[in-house]
Write a protein that binds this ligand. Structure first.
Ligand code: KIV
Ligand code: NA
Length: 276
């Protein structure tokens, strides 16, 4: 089956919800796609859930490309979006175009994601004009968490709600093909969704967006960390892994592993010759 295209994703607006999820390696990509995920984001959340950093800022272009290529080897049908890491686009259009282009040239992606609203709209527009589709991302933008005063819901008061509406409009003018809304009150997300011509994909943005996205590790329970209010965890995979590895460790200590069925044999004849 051919890969989902951007027009096909866009055609779902107003018809059926878009299923999106992050992935960072071949296994998560393959499983996500097999489960029906239509858009896979190689998120810079990899900085935290894969590399163990405190926030998303330290991850580099080179690291993001390693994860992107691994995902591209595992996913054949989903639309793949590379998340532009901190300082890969903020310095201006030329560097943004070069780095965005690397996700397509080297990363196996079909599009990139850029965090920010009005303040990055010129950069977004330059990347789009270069022929690289951009997924916008407004509301809580983790690369700006420090400037925003932490990981907080955005758009609750009138000024910041208006700012979000302006951000959405600026990104539409800049040419984004879809828009992620992160940590935004449901009714504001509904208004933005009704106003913009492209799909909105929510994370902590309520039920009215055109699609939903979550972090892979949160969905499967692979990351025993603080669980944000907007996450629904569908499995406890880390518990199952802990059980398996603990049992393996115990079996090794008790000499229960390996058994005869996991070991290789040699003929008595060869052994006798060897020992003589
Ligand atoms: O990096 C990430 O995982 C993200 C999404 C959750 C939107 O940016
Ligand atoms: Na991100």
């Amino acid at each position: 089956m051919a890969r989902l295209t951007i027009p096909e994703i866009q055609a779902k607006k107003g018809k059926e919800p878009i299923v999106a999820l992050t992935a960072y390696d071949v296994i998560s990509a393959r499983l996500a796609e097999e489960a029906g995920v239509e858009l896979i984001l190689i998120g810079d959340s990899a900085a935290m859930v894969v590399l163990g950093h405190e926030d998303t800022l330290p991850i580099t272009m080179e690291e993001m490309l390693i994860f992107s290529r691994a995902v591209a080897r595992g996913a054949r049908k989903a639309l793949l979006v590379g998340d532009m890491p901190f300082l890969s686009y903020q310095t201006g259009p030329p560097e943004a175009i070069l780095n965005a282009g690397r996700f397509l040239k080297e990363g196996g992606c079909q599009a990139v994601k850029i965090e920010g609203g009005e303040e990055v709209s010129e950069i977004v527009n330059a990347v789009v004009k270069a022929g690289i589709p951009v997924l916008g991302h407004i509301g809580l933008t983790p690369q700006r968490a420090s400037a925003l005063g932490g990981y907080k819901v955005q758009g609750r008061d009138l000024d910041s709600a208006r700012k979000l509406m302006r951000d959405a409009e600026a990104l539409i003018s800049a040419g984004v093909f879809a828009l992620i809304l992160e940590c935004v009150p449901s009714e504001l997300a509904r208004r933005i969704t009704e106003k913009v011509p492209v799909p909105t994909i929510g994370i902590g943005a309520g039920p009215h967006t055109d699609g939903q996205i979550l972090v892979f590790h949160d969905v499967v329970g692979l990351w025993p960390r603080f669980k944000p209010k907007f996450v629904r965890t569908y499995a406890e995979v880390s518990k199952e892994i802990l059980r398996a590895v603990s049992t393996y460790a115990e079996d090794v200590k008790q000499r229960r592993f390996p058994g005869p069925e996991e070991s290789f044999r040699i003929s008595e004849e060869v052994l006798r010759a060897l020992d003589s």
